[in-house]
Design a protein around this ligand. Structure first.
Ligand code: SF4
Length: 482
């Protein structure tokens, strides 16, 4: 996250995952492997990408604004030699931060080179930065991730691993990190495991990635998830050591990964993302039935839940909205005037199907409500007799401070209106959201444990699982919400 813009607006009407990370050690042409892995994580960040490699003596880096395929041709990859590489895809609304915030970030420490790629957000980064600057640190970027580099650089512990652990003890928030040093790779996940990180094997090489889809795409075998609070160290001989310096607090992985962020062909904490999304649709059909002729997904993210809803309700599933696959493939700088026409360019009603029909529209979430309004209007213009909106997540009432780009709270529709008012705003005949317990059932839990929730669900509940030092004064979280 950009430290200068803690409350940036999303440039679309969706929560946006901000980053994906990938690392490989022990592979011939490691940078090529990293590029292929990052390509499969492109949905986690489309605005900047970087890869850093190490050939046994030097670190090499190339970073740029745009998609993986735009930033890396074979020429750039050939200039990244070595058997170890890490990379990062990033979403950001920037505002002048530009290339210097594109990761992996790199620093020459007393112990040698140190490259770091981060998915998540450090919720006390501004407070830590103030202290570090007061003690003489000079920051090169406005990224929260650089705070970790300075904490490592200024730690007094003798080994790099101990300095790294010392640094992480001081940070709050969410982090899945892949770091490279001359000795090898260190991958780690914050003590609550808020953001995902998995580990695999590609021949003799060890691979780390935000999602299992990256392992599938490069032909690697999934080994296991990096556990919450675990640091996994791999040296150049392939020796793996695991460290758990933070004890074993109860994990709180982000439940929104299941709802929307992750690719449906990924497996997250042992659960098929596609299977969970379909099951959310089943729960939604049980909780919020509607008399209708057709179940129609808002493509693409509403599709699995709509299949589940249709199967449970017995109402036929049909593609009543056709999505153009050629929108959004060119690089659009955030903040440009794209939002307005985006919905029309992206989605079109299948008029021949919906005319005269009562329809149930299924979408994954409502953020500002502007997209939902346009889609409901589009279906009415196409002749739909009734439009019932069903949402495969609970109302998004709170901002995320853990590496997901959310509008400030005042712009979240659910923070300002009750469900009846929201239905009127989006002009739907009815509107319903899956309940928080329905969502927990869909991920395989009996219900939400209100004393010790099994997931982070703060954007629905306001129950933030960590301190939010940088943000508390601006938007006091509703702690201990049920
Ligand atoms: S607040 Fe929401 S989006 Fe953010 S980590 Fe928690 S569940 Fe995920």
């Amino acid at each position: 996250m950009n430290l200068t813009h803690p409350f940036r607006d999303a440039d679309g009407d969706k929560l946006r995952e901000e980053c994906g990370v990938f690392g490989v050690i022990g592979a011939k042409d490691a940078a090529n492997v990293a590029a292929a892995g990052l390509h499969s994580l492109q949905h986690r960040g489309q605005e900047a990408v970087g890869i850093t490699s190490y050939d046994g003596s030097e670190f090499y880096s190339h970073r740029g604004l745009g998609h993986v395929a735009q930033v890396f041709s074979q020429k750039e990859l050939d200039a990244l030699p070595g058997m170890m590489a890490s990379g990062h895809v990033r979403y950001s609304t920037t505002g002048g931060s530009g290339l210097r915030n594109v990761q992996p970030l790199f620093a020459d420490l007393a112990s040698g080179g140190f490259a770091i790629a981060h998915n998540g957000n450090i919720s006390n980064a501004m407070a830590l930065k103030r202290d570090l600057v007061a003690k003489g640190s000079i920051f090169q970027s406005t990224s929260d991730t650089e705070t970790i580099i300075h904490l490592v650089a200024t730690s007094r512990y003798p080994t790099l691993l101990d300095r790294f652990i010392d640094a992480l003890r001081m940070v709050e928030g969410a982090y899945s990190l892949i770091c490279m040093t001359p000795e090898g790779m260190i991958a780690c996940r914050d003590p609550l495991g808020i953001r995902p990180l998995v580990m695999g094997r590609l021949g003799d090489a060890i691979v780390f990635a935000s999602e299992t889809v990256a392992l599938d795409v490069i032909g690697a075998e999934f080994t296991r998830a990096v556990e919450p609070g675990e640091l996994v160290q791999v040296d150049h001989k392939g020796t793996i050591s695991s460290h758990r310096p933070f004890g074993t607090p109860s994990p709180r992985p982000c439940i929104f990964e299941h709802v929307y962020f992750s690719r449906p062909d990924s497996v997250m904490d042992g659960r098929s993302v596609y299977g969970v999304r379909k099951q959310i649709g089943v729960e939604l059909a049980k909780e919020a039935p509607a008399p209708a002729d057709l179940v129609i997904p808002v493509p693409d993210s509403g599709v699995p839940a709509a299949i589940g809803y249709a199967q449970e309700s017995g109402i036929p599933f049909e593609l009543g909205i056709i999505r153009s696959h050629y929108v959004g493939r060119t690089f659009i700088q955030p903040g440009e005037q794209a939002r307005h026409n985006d919905v029309k360019r992206k989605h079109n009603a299948n008029r021949a199907l919906v005319e005269g029909k009562k329809i149930i529209l299924i979408d994954d979430s409502i953020v500002r409500g502007t997209t939902s309004l346009k889609i409901v209007e589009m279906m009415r213009d196409a002749g739909a007799a009734e439009v019932h909106m069903r949402i495969a997540s609970p109302p998004t009432e709170h901002s995320c401070f853990y590496g997901v780009d959310t509008p400030e709270r005042s712009k979240l529709l659910a923070a300002n209106m009750d469900i009846e008012a929201m239905a009127a705003f989006i002009k739907a005949d009815s509107l319903a959201f899956v309940s928080i317990d329905g969502l927990y059932r869909a991920v395989g839990e009996a219900k939400r444990n209100s004393k010790c929730p099994q997931f982070c669900d703060a954007c629905f509940s306001g129950d933030y699982p960590t301190k939010l030092t940088d943000f508390t004064e601006r938007q006091p979280p509703k702690l201990n919400a049920a």
